[in-house]
Ligand binder design. Structure first.
Ligand SMILES: Nc1nc2c(ncn2[C@@H]2O[C@H](COP(=O)(O)OP(=O)(O)OP(=O)(O)O)[C@@H](O)[C@H]2O)c(=O)[nH]1
Ligand SMILES: [Zn+2]
Length: 285
């Protein structure tokens, strides 16, 4: 059997990518009895002719994200800006928790570095170091000047990727840049996509040797506690995992012998990150 990747999902249409070509996927009845088919699904089946591919089987998914509905996502590019719009650390920390929970590697991307003066550059370096020390990948780019794009792109080889982050941070601009498509032409811009179709189709666009990136809508707020049990949240602040508290089920709030709280006091853990952790817990009540 041949293996393909679902790269286009729109109403009844299933586009399956196999060796550089997209076929129309036709699922066997037995397949649809078991599950729906999503963008990002790895499918097994037979090439029927030049255009059609019979889907016999769907591989087990590593994950399935809800918004957008994409399966098997390896990485989430979390777009942020220091300004325009202003950096929102609470939103970022929520997203870091959510993607970690779904086993999607979060990659923090600060865009629009062309707008920064010396002082702001220093401020961004501090934030960069904070998140790197906490255990996350951080890239700084400008989709306007192209700075940092190649380095980011190289790090994405072989992955299924989505973008996330507030409106106006440059998600569309980044996707266009990664795909080497001029934004002005609007070829893959989700805005044109949406204009054309009324439904919310999902497409994965291929770049490099074997990488795929989805066209993702923006949002202004997200709440980690809606996705998981309150007790789970502490497991997705990566820097907390380096410490063993007196109680193994320590929530790092009021317990004696809490090594996480000690680390905050010693300056090993960022007070801002800890504060955001408490804020997420508070919301979960
Ligand atoms: N100065 C500067 N402006 C940028 C950069 N990247 C994007 N922009 C601008 O920022 C604005 C928002 O960019 P988009 O790519 O539409 O942002 P988005 O995150 O896709 O926004 P939504 O579709 O609302 O989610 C546009 O006016 C872009 O031209 C950059 O690196 N530098
Ligand atoms: Zn603790």
């Amino acid at each position: 059997m041949k293996k393909g990747l679902v790269v286009d999902r729109e109403a009844k249409y299933i586009g399956v990518y196999i060796d550089g070509k997209v076929y129309t996927g036709i699922p066997r009845k037995k397949v649809l009895k078991k599950t729906k088919i999503y963008a990002g699904d790895y499918v097994l089946g037979k090439i029927i002719d030049n255009e059609n591919f019979a889907i016999e089987q769907i591989e087990n998914r590593k994950n399935l994200l809800i918004r957008p509905k994409v399966a098997n996502v390896d990485k989430a590019l979390i777009l942020q800006t220091l300004k325009m719009p202003p950096f929102d650390d609470f939103l970022l920390d929520n997203l870091l928790v959510i993607y970690d929970y779904f086993q999607v590697e979060p990659v923090i991307v600060f865009n629009k570095i062309d707008l920064l003066n010396e002082e702001e550059n220093k401020e961004l370096t501090d934030i960069e170091n904070l998140y790197k020390n906490a255990g996350y990948q951080v890239y700084k780019v400008s989709t306007k000047t192209g700075e940092g794009i190649d380095k980011l792109k190289k790090s994405l080889e072989g992955d299924i990727i989505i973008t996330a982050g507030p409106s106006g941070t440059g998600k569309s601009s980044l996707v266009s840049k990664i795909l080497n498509i001029d934004l002005e032409t609007g070829d893959v811009s989700k805005k044109t996509e949406r204009g054309r179709h009324t439904t919310t189709g999902i497409k994965l666009f291929k770049f490099g040797e074997n990488s795929f990136i989805a066209d993702t809508p923006g949002f202004s707020s997200v709440d980690a506690s809606l996705f998981m049990d309150k007790k789970e949240i502490k497991n997705h602040f990566r820097e907390f995992l380096r410490y063993s508290c007196k109680f193994s089920d320590c929530t790092h709030t009021k317990e004696p012998g809490c090594k996480v709280k000690e680390a905050v006091e010693k300056g090993e853990i960022s007070p801002k990150r800890y504060e955001n952790y408490l804020k997420i817990l508070e919301k979960a009540k």
